[in-house]
Structure formats: structure tokens, C-alpha cells
Design a protein around this ligand. Structure first.
Ligand code: AMP
Length: 572
């Protein structure tokens, strides 16, 4: 199927297929559910549900429970351990994706299979087809800031890696990029290199070598593009020198990267002069992307949700080039394509592809809380919902944990706007930390305090984006007197106790700054309670907000005006 799509990849055909699917979204949803349940009816999971071969939406809802990742963990673990094949899917699962979700303080395992790969390519092609109508690109290359994490084998011999790694490693990814006329500038050795800094440097170098062929500058999440060009500001002279002499920086020590770059890098003083002059001509690096890569048609990546804070900087670097926000999905599977590429990222929506999974929506409207989920074509415009996914990779009525808002319909399929994670507290770029993660981190650090016979009276947190890079601030009210030595240790412990891979890797490359521990005056949390009670909250039901949003000005003011001392982590 995929092979056939590669050969015949014609954007207009893809659009026609999408139009047909979206016109008939209700029927397509029913058929998709039927197909998923027919294929997997004999699995242990569906057998246990008592569905007994039924494949209609009503029976599905009646027999199969809503679940979270935690509920599925024992099943997925058994698959990873190599136990009997037909646990969640009839076809054996051969690959596991590691999601950045850190519900229990560790990354989640989710099944990955050919069908997920196929729907990934379908969504890439669908949004590409719509983009290409508005911003056509010719034969060229993409400067893609993409990085792969290490893959490893689970106990049962399954390959495991982040979902993006599983996609990049799949031969279909390269073929699709080629079919979309945007193969990556950089060789595989750079994408799959073991050292993030070295890969980033070489991505930049490859981009410069192929500067006139670059048509698209992209990454999965917009933050990586901003981070890449911030790095460029530091290393541009060295990059220019490398091009002038045809000699790769001695900082690049990975043999496979050196070998592959050796085939691309040749002395080119004329190109070096050109880049040098361009850089000197820029004012505060405004328009860097447009000037250095003059044939770029647009900048592309996920720019919604937690990526929005980077839009200003991205616009600065892009210098008027269009910013196009990429699609919506998760390690668990894709959901919607951006079929309105002309909308600015702040207004981006995602049209659900009704054949890649079966989707349900829990209404969040006041008064409807706790109501049964509704189907894809039953959602109401303007309302917010929690999304539930059933897919071809063994997830049945799975709560993804995202809140979306309906922003109209494309034919009969809804267009979703991403609102937030339902339980996410702390996020700056690719990091994702929940209330639970914060709690685990505070618990670990509080142990050091308890050795001094002191305790944490209450705590909360915030993300501070007024510094560059942004960082986490954790506020503690403690029972005893300040002891600098102990609190410094506590601060480092808080920082290192966030084990989310996105956080740790961002801290290592300083894409997130040192964690700040702010000790507040005794009684501060009482003042916060008073504030909420003043707004009408019931004391018996009051819960300290564990994360204070930047719009919650009063509480932020209470906190910041009561900080008696701040400590910054030196852990990374
Ligand atoms: P992960 O599987 O760990 O990469 O994270 C998936 C999560 O990232 C989703 O559940 C969303 O919360 C978020 N996400 C993915 N795509 C988008 C998007 N286009 N806009 C906003 N958030 C997104």
C-alpha cells in the first residue's frame, strides 16, 4: 500500500482522497471502528471486554471501558517482555515508542506498528498537499533540525525508541520526503548521530553548503528551529571557516559524522565570503533564514500549544517568511492535519482524518461534565473536549490527555484547535512534566530537608519565560530557618529529579535554564488560600494550585513579593 502511494504521489489526488473521506466522516468512522474490531476481535484485551465480535459504536461504548495509559501498562509491558503475541493486536507488535509523557516519573511505552507508520505518512502527505497549493515548492532540499534518540531492545527483543526515531528510521520516511521534493540536507549519520551538539552543528553546516537549494526550514517542534539559530549566532564564524578551508571543526569527534561530512564539505572560499558578508549585513540577526537561504518558501514545524512562546523569536529569524504550523498527533498516533496553511500559527487548526482511528470526545462544557463521550461528527462548534483515541495499534478508548476546541468543520470532519494537556503542569519546549512529576521531585528534595528536621509546608511552581532560556521556579514554604547549604542541595535535587527525557536533554544543552527554588515567607500559602476563598472557593475543597499560570497575576504577585531567598541549580 505504502509503496503504491510513493510511486503515485500526486498532491491533487491526495486532496481528492481527503475531501472524499471528510465528506463522509461519519460512515468512515463507523467503518474504521469495524475494521479495527474485526482485525483485533480475537485479542486478549477485546475478548476480556465481552464485546464478543460486535463492531458497532454503541456496543463498543457499552463494553469497552475508557482507559488511561496506566490501565494499559501491564498489557504493554507484557508485549515488551515478549509474552504471547495477541494481547492488544492480532498482528504482533514489533516496535515500541517511548512517549515523553511522564505520568509516573518515567517515559511511557506505547505500541508502534506499520499502520501507525502508514497513517503518519498519510497525514504528512495530506498537509503537504494543502501547503503545496498555497506555497508550491520545486525540486530542492529541506534544512531539517531533526535528531534521533538511541533505539534499544526490550526484554522481549522489540525495538524501542521515541516515536520520531521510529519514524525517521523507517525507510518510508525518506521516500516520502523525497516524493515531497524535500529530502533532508544532512546525511543520516548527522540525523542519527549520538551527540546532539555535533548533529546540530553539522545540520547548520549542511544547510549552508546547500543554501541555495533549501526550500523549507523545519523541525518537529518549532523550539528546535529557534534553538538551532541561537546556536548559529554563536558558531557562525567557525562554520564559515570550515567552508572556506574545507576542513570540519575539530569539535566534531564522532567518526561516522566526520566521514559523512567529509564527502560533502569541500573548500569553497567564494561561498564562505558570501555567507560572511550576509551575516555581517544582518541587524540583530533579523531575517537570518530568509537571507541565508534565499529560496526558502516557508518555515515549518509544530508551533501550537507549548511552542507558542517561541513564535516571536522565530518570526524575527524568518524575516517575513511564512510560518506554517505542522500537524497534531502523539506517540500514540496522529489525529489531524493542518489543511489551512495560510492561518497564522496562533490560529492553526487540525482537520481530523477519519480513517486513521476512531475518535471520541468527552464534553467539558459546564453542566455536561461527566457526560458520555460523543462521536467525531457529533461535536459542537466552539466547545472544548478531552479527546479519546482508538487505533490500529492496540489502543481502545484511550484518554490521550489533551484538551481541544472545535473550530468549525472541513466538510463533515471537525477542525480542532489544541488547547492544552489536561494534566500537564510544567512545560517550556519539548519537556512535559505533570503534577505527579512535580510532586515526586519535591518529595525527593524534601527528604534532604527532613534530615535537618525541617519540612516543606506547601509548594507550588511556575514556568518563567522572562529569562532566556526559560526555567522552572519552585516555591517552597518551609517550617524552619534558612540553611543555605541544605537548600542549595535541595534545589539541585529538584532539578535532577525531573526525569522526563525532554527536560533532561533540554537542561543539558541549556535550552532550559537552571531551576530556581524560591523560599517564601511563612504564611504565604495562607494568603493564597485567602485569595481563592475571596473569589468564592470552599475551604474544605481548596487545593493549592501546583502550578501558577502566567496570567494568574494576583497569585504570582503574592508569591514573588514574599520570596525571602532564591537558589539556582548548579546540577547541570
Ligand atoms: P509525545 O507523544 O510525547 O510527543 O507528545 C504528544 C503530545 O504533544 C500531544 O498529546 C499534545 O499534547 C502535544 N502536541 C502534539 N502535536 C501538537 C500540536 N500540533 N499542537 C500542540 N500540541 C501538540
Amino acid at each position: 500500500m505504502l509503496e503504491k502511494m510513493e510511486e503515485n504521489f500526486d498532491p491533487e489526488t491526495i486532496i481528492e482522497e481527503f475531501e472524499a473521506l471528510s465528506k463522509d466522516a461519519e460512515r468512515v468512522q463507523r467503518e474504521t471502528l469495524e475494521k479495527i474490531l474485526e482485525e483485533n476481535g480475537e485479542t486478549e484485551y477485546l475478548q476480556r471486554s465481552g464485546l464478543n465480535g460486535r463492531t458497532d459504536p454503541n456496543s463498543f461504548k457499552a463494553f469497552v471501558p475508557l482507559v488511561t495509559h496506566k490501565d494499559l501498562e501491564p498489557y504493554i509491558q507484557r508485549i515488551a517482555d515478549g509474552h504471547s503475541p495477541s494481547i492488544l493486536t492480532s498482528k504482533p507488535i514489533t516496535t515500541i515508542s517511548l512517549s515523553s509523557g511522564t505520568t509516573q516519573g518515567k517515559p511511557k511505552f506505547v505500541p508502534f506498528n506499520d499502520e501507525l507508520m502508514e497513517s503518519t505518512m498519510q497525514i504528512y502527505k495530506t498537509s503537504f498537499a494543502f501547503r503545496n497549493r498555497e506555497y508550491p515548492i520545486g525540486n530542492g532540499k529541506a534544512l531539517q533540525f531533526i535528531y534521533s534518540s538511541k533505539q534499544f531492545k526490550t526484554k522481549g527483543g522489540l525495538t524501542a525508541g521515541t516515536a520520531t526515531t521510529n519514524v525517521y528510521r523507517n525507510s518510508q520516511f525518506k521516500k516520502t520526503m523525497k516524493a515531497m521534493q524535500t529530502p533532508c540536507c544532512s546525511p543520516d549519520e548527522v540525523i542519527f548521530g549520538p551527540d546532539f551538539h555535533q548533529s546540530l552543528y553539522c545540520h547548520l553546516l549542511c544547510g549552508l553548503i546547500f543554501k541555495d537549494q533549501v526550500q523549507v526550514v523545519s523541525s518537529t517542534f518549532a523550539h528546535s528551529i529557534v534553538h538551532a539559530f541561537r546556536t548559529f549566532e554563536q558558531v557562525w564564524e567557525e562554520l564559515v571557516d570550515n567552508i572556506r578551508n574545507g576542513i570540519l571543526s575539530s569539535q566534531i569527534t564522532v567518526t561516522s559524522i566526520r566521514l559523512s561530512m567529509g564527502k560533502i564539505l569541500k573548500p569553497d572560499p567564494i561561498l564562505a565570503d558570501k555567507i560572511y558578508d550576509k551575516c555581517l549585513g544582518l541587524s540583530n540577526w533579523y531575517g537570518l533564514i530568509k537571507e541565508l537561504f534565499p529560496n526558502t518558501k516557508y518555515v515549518y514545524g509544530i508551533m501550537t500549544g507549548s511552542m507558542e512562546p517561541y513564535l516571536n523569536k522565530l518570526r524575527h529569524y524568518a524575516g517575513g517568511l511564512p510560518l506554517l504550523s505542522a500537524d497534531y498527533g502523539a506517540s500514540e498516533g496522529w489525529i489531524g492535519a493542518n489543511v489551512n496553511p495560510k492561518l497564522p500559527p496562533e490560529l492553526a487548526t487540525f482537520a481530523v482524518l477519519p480513517n486513521i482511528g476512531y475518535f471520541e470526545f468527552i464534553p467539558l462544557k459546564e453542566g455536561l461534565n461527566g457526560q458520555d463521550p460523543v462521536g467525531l461528527t457529533e461535536v459542537e462548534n466552539g466547545e472544548e473536549y478531552e479527546i479519546i483515541v482508538t487505533n490500529f495499534a492496540g489502543l481502545y478508548r484511550y484518554r490521550l490527555g489533551d484538551i481541544v476546541k472545535i473550530k468549525g468543520f472541513h466538510n463533515s470532519t471537525p477542525e480542532l484547535q489544541f488547547i492544552c494537556r489536561s494534566n500537564l503542569l510544567l512545560t517550556i519546549n519539548i519537556d512535559k512534566n505533570t503534577e505527579k512529576d512535580l510532586q515526586l521531585s519535591v518529595e525527593a528534595a524534601a527528604k534532604l530537608l527532613s534530615e535537618e528536621k525541617q519540612e516543606v509546608v506547601d509548594f507550588t511552581s511556575r514556568v518563567d519565560l522572562s529569562t532566556d532560556p526559560g526555567h522552572y521556579v519552585i516555591f517552597w514554604e518551609i517550617s524552619g530557618e534558612l540553611n543555605d547549604l541544605v537548600l542549595e542541595k535541595c534545589c539541585n535535587c529538584l532539578d535532577t529529579s525531573f526525569v522526563d527525557a525532554g527536560y533532561v536533554s533540554s537542561r543539558k544543552v541549556n535550552a532550559i535554564g537552571p531551576l530556581e527554588l524560591g523560599i517564601v515567607k511563612k504564611g504565604t500559602f495562607h494568603k493564597i488560600l485567602d485569595h481563592y476563598v475571596g473569589l468564592g472557593a470552599a475551604v474544605s475543597q481548596f487545593k493549592t494550585p501546583r502550578c501558577v499560570g502566567n496570567t494568574n497575576v494576583v497569585v504570582l504577585q503574592i508569591l514573588s513579593s514574599n520570596v525571602v531567598k532564591s537558589y539556582f541549580s548548579t546540577a547541570f
